[in-house]
Write a protein that binds this ligand. Structure first.
Ligand code: PNS
Length: 167
């Protein structure tokens, strides 16, 4: 492998619908590892999101505003092409449990096939966050459970607004 000179830019892609404390933990750790970290929200997802891309970008921007080397953006199309356009050489993903592994391995291998010069780097989720997912956060909240330790306060407020409006 070539000696790495210059700055390493990493892209942390995802749906972030909505962002959780697990995502924020990964962002904080990624920001320490790479010169620049771009948190990239998938725009054209097949699944029906609860929050619009704009709402997710807004929540993310607020949640990462103390990290000076973290940028928030949205992308459509192939992730590796977006990363290449941004000058990124790393894709950052989190792994919570063995159950994440298969899906992540498939994506990492496909992305490597598409653009071998871009590496996927995995960080293990912090043990305090390894059970948190956006899907479960939404479900627990909709059924009246407490999520205050799972998401940043601004996300909880947005969820409350959304659920109350939906009633
Ligand atoms: O948070 P998620 O939903 O698990 O993130 C999935 C994401 C956004 C990383 C993945 O769906 C993706 O990269 N989509 C972009 C389209 C693409 O490049 N597909 C091929 C990936 S192998």
């Amino acid at each position: 492998m070539a000696l790495k000179l210059g700055k390493v830019i990493a892209v942390y892609p995802g749906s972030f619908d909505p962002i959780t404390n697990g995502h924020l933990d990964l962002i904080a750790r990624g920001a320490m590892l790479f010169d620049k970290l771009i948190v990239a929200v998938l725009g054209n997802a097949a699944k029906q999101p609860l929050f619009t891309v704009e709402e997710r970008l807004e929540m993310l921007r607020e949640a990462v505003r103390n990290h000076l080397n973290v940028e928030v953006d949205t992308f459509d199309g192939l992730l590796v092409d977006y990363a290449a356009r941004k000058g990124a050489t790393v894709l950052l993903r989190g792994i919570r449990a063995i159950s994440d592994y298969e899906y992540e391995l498939q994506m990492a291998l496909m992305n490597r096939r598409l653009r071998p010069e871009i590496e996927t780097v995995f960080l293990m989720a912090g043990e305090a966050y390894s059970f948190i997912s956006s899907r479960l956060v939404k479900e627990v909240f909709a059924l009246g459970g407490s999520i205050s330790e799972l998401v940043p306060p601004l996300v909880e407020a947005r969820l409350r607004e959304r659920v109350l409006r939906g009633r």
